[in-house]
Write a protein that binds this ligand. Structure first.
Ligand SMILES: Nc1ncnc2c1ncn2[C@@H]1O[C@H](COP(=O)(O)OP(=O)(O)OP(=O)(O)O)[C@@H](O)[C@H]1O
Ligand SMILES: [Mg+2]
Length: 355
């Protein structure tokens, strides 16, 4: 029977203060750009794979901007050209079959606030021309005519596609690209910031447990191992759903590897029919992979603390604090010392630990 334990309470990232969790330098960089430009009218382009938190960052940007109007989100990819045009700019009665009365568009609804145009790469060439005009002049007419509206709207756009490549292939207008690429923020893939997985997993566990009214106190070490080893093609969204599912389906006081989706659990749970390791305390479970990640980074970087910290996306002081907390004494490993185990072993170890 696993011991009841308390989930890690993270000191820096209380979900009420900042909804976008993460300690990796790429996350700090994204948040720092938001902080610097939130109060300006700059157009912002957020890039990153699906599920990395682009929409969350867009909302955070609006909330930090002090703009009093609404945050209006438009999923451009889900609408046909004509529907998207009327969605964005509105229409007048009789503009097309079924347009019984005037309808206000999303740009007007966002007046004084922020419009978030998601999946912008899906815009057709004709729509790209219309967007260019509204972005340049902040003026538009509803479909079917009517008066020209002038709005005060902050425009944020997002895409998971490589717009530069689409421009080179002639699929996205270069002038629109340069107009929207004023401030660009890249959201990192979760696999490139594996050190944030424990923090995020704990957060989603607490949220799901409170929604489900369940007393679930943490993860077994096998579950933590599986979470750290998974490559997360669906990024933070996939992690969120995996943990939620585990909370809803699991029975014990700890979320175990068998409560995770098979795509995440299977590579570990079925290895050679060996019994899974017994559950450890959450503190130990969480410290173990962190220790492995740090060791692997140090080995990879010839025990140079600066380089290891950089590759982990943390600063040198944070690395020293973590080493101290994990009781890792590096006195025997002067920077630049011979790497042991041999580099090939260190690399494969690092890959499996940080994948
Ligand atoms: N850093 C984070 N901290 C906490 N939750 C996060 C973080 N990043 C993403 N999430 C959560 O993950 C889910 C996916 O995030 P979001 O919808 O913002 O991703 P996205 O990049 O916009 O995805 P898509 O490209 O599919 O639109 C959301 O439930 C969001 O709250
Ligand atoms: Mg999104």
């Amino acid at each position: 029977m696993p011991r009841p334990i308390t989930p890690i309470q993270h000191p820096v990232t209380s979900p009420t203060r900042r909804p976008l969790l993460g300690e990796h330098s790429a996350v700090f960089e994204a948040l720092s750009i938001v902080e610097r430009i939130a109060h300006t009218p700059a157009t912002v382009l957020i890039t990153g794979e699906s599920g990395t938190g682009k929409s969350l960052l867009a909302r955070h940007l609006h909330e930090s901007s002090g703009r009093r109007g609404r945050f209006v989100e438009v999923a451009c990819g889900s609408l046909s050209d004509s529907l998207l045009e009327s969605e964005l700019f509105g229409h007048v009665a009789g503009a097309f079959t079924g347009a019984m009365s005037d309808r206000e568009g999303r740009f007007l609804q966002a007046d004084g606030g922020t419009i978030f145009l998601d999946e912008i790469a899906t815009a057709s060439p004709a729509m790209q021309v219309k967007l260019l005009r509204v972005l340049q002049e902040l003026q538009f007419e509803p479909v079917g005519g009517g008066r020209t509206h002038t709005v005060d709207v902050r425009v944020v756009l997002a895409t998971h596609e490589d717009l530069e490549r689409l421009v080179a292939e002639g699929k996205f207008r270069a002038d629109l690209y340069w107009r929207i690429n004023v401030v660009a923020i890249e959201m990192p893939a979760l696999r490139s910031r594996a050190s944030d997985i424990p923090l995020l997993a704990n957060h989603f566990l607490r949220m799901a447990a409170s929604r489900a009214g369940r007393q679930i106190e943490g993860f077994t070490s096998a579950a933590v191992e599986a979470l750290l080893a998974h490559p997360w093609p669906g990024n933070v969204r996939e992690l969120e759903h995996a943990v939620e599912r585990g909370v809803f389906l699991g029975r014990g006081p700890l979320l175990d590897v068998c409560d995770l989706p098979v795509s995440i659990a299977a590579p570990r749970a079925i290895r050679g029919g060996h019994p899974l390791p017994p559950p450890a305390s959450l503190k130990t479970s969480m410290a173990q992979p962190e220790r492995q990640l740090i060791l692997a980074a140090l080995e990879r970087n010839g025990w140079r603390r600066d380089a290891a910290a950089r590759s982990l996306g943390i600063n040198r002081t944070t690395l020293y604090k973590k080493l101290k907390r994990l009781g890792m004494d590096l006195a025997d490993h002067p920077a630049g010392a011979t790497v042991w185990p041999p580099a090939s072993h260190a690399t494969s170890h690092a890959t499996s630990a940080s994948r």
